[in-house]
Structure formats: C-alpha cells, structure tokens
Design a protein around this ligand. Structure first.
Ligand SMILES: Nc1ncnc2c1ncn2[C@@H]1O[C@H](COP(=O)(O)OP(=O)(O)O)[C@@H](O)[C@H]1O
Ligand SMILES: [Mg+2]
Length: 365
C-alpha cells in the first residue's frame, strides 16, 4: 500500500511518511541522562510527536540491550482523575500490560498479585521495586500523558516515584521519563484542599526538562518529498514557503495540509496533477473549517480564563506589554500548549498563521 500523511495518533513508519523520530531530539543528551540514572520530563504541545518519539526510543533502547525499557500511557487514569485508588490501580495495570510485551518470560501477574495487599499510598512504589528487582537489567520507564492525571492522583503517583528514587537502579527504575504537555514547573500541584505541596514541587527530584520542537523547513520538505518519491506527484516549489507560514512546522498541521492536498481533494488523487500554492491555500482553509480534534482542542483552550487573558492582552494591548499584569506562569502555560511562541530576542506571537486565523475569528465574536 502507498504510504500516506498521518493525522491520527503516533506515526507508523511503515504506513506513514515519517521523519525519523530519533533525529527529532538530541539522542546523545537523552542517552546521557539515562546513563546518569536521571528522572526527567519530556514535553511538547499536543500532536507534536512525543509518543512517536518515545516509542522509537523505547525500541532503540531495547534493541541496544543495556536496559529494559517499558512505555506506559497513564491516560487510562483520566476517567477517574481524582480517585487515587483507581488511578494507581490503572497505572499499575498499564505498566504490567506494556511490560509483558517487552519481557516475555517474567510472570508479571505474580508481581502484581504480591503487591495487591499494599495500601494505595505505597502500591505503585512497591510494584516498581518488585518489577525492577525481578529484571536482569535496569528498568527505564516512560510514563506518557502524565498531565492527564490531576490533583491528589498526580501527587500520589509523583510521591511514589520519589519514594523509590534512592533505591535505583537495583530496586527501582533507573530512569523515569514523564511525558506530557506541561513543563516540570507545573508539577507544583494544588491539592484538592487547596494546599500547595510543600517544597514547591511534588516531583521533588532535581529534574531536567526537554522540549520537543516542531519540524524545520528542511524536515517539511523531506516529508513532502517522500510523497513525491513514492507517487511521482509534484509540489510546485512555491508551495513550501506557504506551508511554512501556515504551520511553522507544527507536525500535525504539516501532515494535515499534506493529507488534505493529496487525498481529501479528490481530484488530486490523480498523481499527474501538480500541487500548486492555490491548492495549499484552499487546503488550509478547509482544515480550519473542518475543525478536527487538533483544532477543537485549540478552540477549547481559548475558553480557559487564564488562556483568554493572555491572548486578549496580546491581541489588544500589544503595544503596551508592561500594562499586561499577567503572571509569567500563565504566559508559560499558553506557550506550553503551543498557541504562542516566544523566541529569544523576539516578541511573543501566535505560533502559526492557521492558529492566528482561528484565534482572530474566536476573539472577533
Ligand atoms: N516522526 C514523525 N514524522 C512525521 N510526522 C509525525 C512524526 N511524529 C509525529 N508526527 C505527526 O504528529 C502527529 C502526532 O503524533 P504523536 O506522536 O501522537 O504526538 P503527541 O504524542 O505529541 O501528541 C501525528 O499524527 C503526525 O501527524
Ligand atoms: Mg501522545
């Protein structure tokens, strides 16, 4: 089957045009952190390629063979966000399920059963101890979608991770990577009774945080050229500055434009049709109009008071940033979600022209 531009979930290199995920971050930096047995945060806005990168890194580490690496998506706990017991149980279940895929000859069920009697406040840490001790190599654990957890549940997970930290690598995961949208600083958590966890951060381990960036112009070109090489369909060179303007490399947007212009526009399924800038323009409008999940999440975010305040300040008080009186944290929050971009020495701005069009429309209402 022909490959295609992926707009749903992590990239599958056999099926989708793909930029090698291992080239999208500094692999040496991450390997160094792992060698140093560090716990750290890997973060980026929605649909930037975090999960695709983690899965590729997991496979890379397991193939190299120095560690056993397990990926677990803790999003399952989201339905019961504030029920600590449900979150801990579902997190353990997910790790068991994923570990079984990697380690065929270890009786995960036995490990889980042993810790069944533990109280909920120590069950996850006991489980991770048991699991680490039963493995022939140090365990590396990736916890994806960590910010799907909130309040007391998130606090419990982070505390239990911290509890075993000193016992790594023999009796606890050698490295743990927390992956989500937010940077580590927001793991300073307000509990449901409004108390702020003492010491500022529940993840009270001196942690690095790495941010996954967007595609470069070269990467966009390479991704689209994969389509040209496979199908013979040509993009006129003038398309590329437009694709850059529209997306500034946001990976989902880049793929969505490609998919729109090579597939959703049915007449372009005829691969002898050359793709022109005018088609790119129409594709961009179509993506905005259709409101896929990616766009929907963005519009939803704009309704949050803290986001609204920042965007309004940017739109309506642009020339007078000193009058903003907006907490730095709120601005960082909107940047973490990818709506705004701040480059060193440049003004804060909306991240790309697709977002700009959506935001302007929302605030013009
Ligand atoms: N390596 C890649 N090459 C090309 N496109 C990618 C790649 N990784 C991610 N994408 C694009 O980003 C989207 C989201 O990928 P995913 O890994 O699920 O991101 P996240 O976990 O950050 O939400 C994919 O549907 C695809 O459009
Ligand atoms: Mg993901």
């Amino acid at each position: 089957m022909e490959c295609f531009f992926n707009t749903a979930g992590p990239n599958i290199p056999e099926d989708n045009y793909t930029i090698d995920p291992l080239t999208r971050f500094d692999l040496d930096d991450i390997l160094t952190l792992i060698r140093q047995k560090r716990y750290f945060v890997f973060h980026a806005p929605h649909q930037t390629g975090k999960t695709s990168c983690l899965l590729a890194l997991r496979d890379y580490l397991n193939a190299k063979g120095d560690y056993i690496c397990v990926y677990a998506n803790v999003e399952g706990g989201q339905a019961s966000r504030n029920n600590v017991e449900n979150v801990i149980v579902s997190t353990i279940d997910t790790i068991v399920r994923e570990a079984r895929l990697i380690i065929k000859d270890i009786d995960m069920r036995a490990i889980r059963d042993v810790i069944q009697r533990e109280g909920i406040d120590s069950r996850l840490s006991s489980f991770l101890s048991r699991l680490s001790e039963s493995l022939p190599k140090p365990l590396i654990l990736f916890l994806d979608e960590i910010d799907a957890l909130v309040g007391d549940s998130l606090v419990s997970v982070l505390r239990q991770i911290r509890a075993g930290y000193a016992n790594r690598p023999k009796s606890f995961p050698s490295s743990i990577v927390l992956c989500g949208v937010r940077d580590v600083r927001d793991y300073r958590i307000v509990q449901s009774n409004q108390d702020i966890i003492t010491g500022g951060s529940a993840f009270n381990i001196k942690a690095e945080s790495l941010r996954l960036g967007n595609f470069s112009k070269e990467e966009i070109h390479e991704l689209y050229m994969q389509h040209t090489r496979e199908t013979g369909q040509v993009f006129e060179e003038e398309c590329f500055p437009m694709i850059w303007e529209a997306t500034e490399g946001q990976p989902w947007l880049v793929n969505a434009l490609g998919q729109e212009v090579t597939y959703e526009m049915k007449e372009n399924r005829d691969r002898s049709v050359r793709i022109t800038p005018e088609m790119i323009y129409r594709a961009q409008e179509q993506i905005i109009y259709r409101r896929d999940t990616h766009i929907d999440i963005l519009i939803d975010k704009l309704k949050e008071p803290r986001v609204k305040r920042v965007i309004e300040a940017l739109l309506f008080q642009r020339n007078n940033p000193t009058a903003w009186s907006i907490p730095r944290d709120d601005i960082e929050y909107v940047i973490d979600y990818g709506l705004l971009t701040k480059e060193i020495g440049k003004d804060l701005r909306i991240s790309n022209s697709i977002y700009r069009e959506i935001i302007n429309a929302e605030f013009a209402r």
